[in-house]
Design a binder for this molecule. Structure first.
Ligand code: AKG
Ligand code: FE2
Length: 200
């Protein structure tokens, strides 16, 4: 239970629709998730939603992913946190969140994700995006920033993907991109949704 964190998330989501939190989670959990990401086994290339099919397009998205699975103790602990958060958000903001899907992502040197929305307007799938960063000793020169824009494509903010930083934003309101990483970059991207659909 991270009550202060939940309150901050709710305030910022109401005010601006996005929130960036440093030192978000318990350090022991954060380090365990870093260790798991770094095992770097079982990852596959990330796809792009295109019509009904997902396809890999290395010109638009270059990273590899592994879906989080509650069978692992630490991944389960992360899912416990996101579940707790969704209950809190549902009670406070009546978002009606029902499912959460998330994956580790690795961006190798040169990898990026070009500007995109995580959900289409008025679609009933992804409601709220989370990105959680797992890069210890990340320097500002390493690239790999998340750049967030508003609905009219105006620059809003740039997030350095530092260890234990958590970002949330409304999935259909904020176009965003990942700039090319100069160093291997680890994260967990996730989506709260109100339906249960195929993983994208
Ligand atoms: O890793 C990030 O900073 C954002 C990733 C992202 O936009 C996505 O996976 O949809
Ligand atoms: Fe995204």
């Amino acid at each position: 239970m991270y009550k202060a964190l939940y309150e901050k998330i709710i305030d910022e989501l109401v005010n601006t629709g996005y929130v960036i939190i440093d030192d978000a989670l318990d350090l022991e959990l954060a380090h365990s998730l870093v260790d798991l990401a770094k095992i770097d086994v079982g990852f596959k290339l990330g796809g792009i939603a295109g019509g009904t099919k997902k396809k890999v397009d290395r010109n638009r998205r270059r990273n590899k992913i592994r879906w989080i699975d509650a069978k692992n103790k630490h991944e389960a602990e992360y899912l416990f946190f996101t579940n707790d958060l969704s209950e809190y958000l549902n009670r406070s903001l009546f978002l009606g969140l029902k499912y959460y899907e998330s994956h580790f992502a690795i961006y190798e040197e040169g990898d990026f994700y070009e500007k995109h929305f995580d959900a289409f307007k008025n679609s009933k799938n992804r409601i709220l995006t989370t990105v959680y960063y797992l890069n210890e000793e990340w320097s500002d020169e390493n690239g790999g920033e998340l750049v967030i824009y508003d609905e009219n494509d105006n620059f809003l903010t740039k997030v350095i993907p530092r260890f234990n930083t958590l970002v949330l934003f409304l999935s259909d309101k904020f176009p965003h991109e990942v700039l090319p990483a100069k160093v291997k970059r680890y994260s967990i991207a996730g989506w709260f949704r109100i339906d249960k659909d195929e993983k994208s």
